[in-house]
Each structure stands twice: as C-alpha cells, then as structure tokens.
Write a protein that binds this ligand. Sequence first.
Ligand code: AMP
Length: 252
Amino acid sequence: MLKVIVGVKRVIDYNVRVRVKSDGLGVDLDNVKMAMNPFDEVAVEEAIRLRERGLAEEVVVVSVGGSKSQDVLRMALALGVDRAILVECEGEVEPLQVAKILRGVCERESPRMVLLGKQAIDDDSNHTAQMLAGLWDCPQATFVSSMEVDGDGVRVGREVDGGIEKIWVGYPCVVSVDLRLNEPRYASLPNIMKAKKKPLEVISALDVGVSVENRLEVVRVEEPPERARGVRVGDVKELVSGLRASGILSED
Ligand code: AMP
C-alpha cells in the first residue's frame, strides 16, 4: 500500500492584499494573515481521500520553514493526515533547497508518492516538484487535475494548453496538483482539538543531510502598475472615435 508525503508551505492568505516593503526588497509580512498554500490544501485533500478509500496506508505532511509553519501542519493534521514533520529553517528557503530537503525526507521515509502543489502563491516558482523528481530520480506528473491509482502507479490527467493530457507514472513518483483536482474539506472544531495530540516532529535540514545555501538574491520587488481609469462612453460612435483618437483603431 501507499505511503504518501505531502509538502505544505505557509504563505500569505490568498485574500490578503500583498504590500511591498518600503525598502523594495520583499513583501510586508508584519501582522499579515498566513495560511496553507491553496494548491497544498488540494494535495492534502487528495492524500486523505486515498487513505479513506483504503488505497494509502499513511499520509505524512512536511513543511520547510520557521516554527510558525507548525500552524499549517496542525491544520493538515486536523483535516485528517496521520503525522507531520517540520524541517525548521530560519528565513526564506528557495525552491532548490526545499527540493533537496524533501529528497532527504523521502530517503528517510521511503514514500511511494509525494504530492505537492503546482506552485506556491507567494513566489509563484513552480519549481519544487520538478526539481525533487530530478534529485530523487523518479517520474513526475505536473499540473494534475485528475488522478486514479492504477496498478503500480497512478493514471493522471494533466492540464496543458490544448486540453488534458493523460499519462501513467509508476511509483515512486512526484505529483504536483492543480486546483481542479478536488474541493478541499474544512476542518471541524473537534478535529482541530484532536490534531493537537497527533505527532508533529521538528527536525533540522542537517538531520536530512542538507546545509541550506540559498543562491538567489532578490534584487527588487515592485507593485504592479496602477490600472488607468476607465472612461464611460454614450454610444458606439463615441467608442469608435475614442479608440481612433487613442490610436487603438486605425482610420481605414
Ligand atoms: P514552488 O515551487 O515554490 O512554487 O512550490 C511548489 C510546491 O512545492 C508547493 O505547492 C508545496 O507543495 C511545495 N513547497 C514549496 N515550498 C515548500 C516549503 N517551504 N515547505 C514544504 N513544501 C513546499
């Protein structure tokens, strides 16, 4: 049976309006609501469904980050995963380092499948799953919007430009999930209370053989340009002459 690892990242809640810090070197995290990356909620839900259907025997969530990342691990435990591992690191950890740490966790835990989100909504990298598959030397299925266990692997649908591509990948594999895969459940209050007693192990990156060395430097972060105000026009004639005047429509 399957042992599944799910990677979850603590990010700014998707409802929060992100503000750039005054030094232009990052975004303001002070007093900002944080939450589990939405794609990771979908990955957690899929893993729990596999276990509920008797297809997975254990689901383990892993987060790489500061001690506050325990919040998102506890949330995953409340949703139904069996145990959690926090790989505690201070400061930003870039995707290659996260992938190396996850590979170290995989070597320790020997899962048959690693489920990740297709991207973290804070850095929008969309790197970690692909790099983990490379480092762990296993097949990958990215942007997955449907999944079923089939023999010694999974048959998945991938969202690609022209539609859905169907592929089969054998275990062990890395799967990165898209939002359409499922609709995550909410945690009930009793389960949130029970989750406090579930096992949450805190380890360091060195415990899985990784000395974190970031190689990216954020040079500048900028707010998107303000959208120009719209203009209300009275009729089509006025619209066409306005478009001509602004050079969007040519005279002929
Ligand atoms: P990214 O490559 O940063 O866009 O992230 C893709 C996915 O990798 C996320 O949706 C998570 O499943 C996983 N991931 C990224 N960063 C972390 C982290 N710090 N801890 C655990 N999982 C992570």
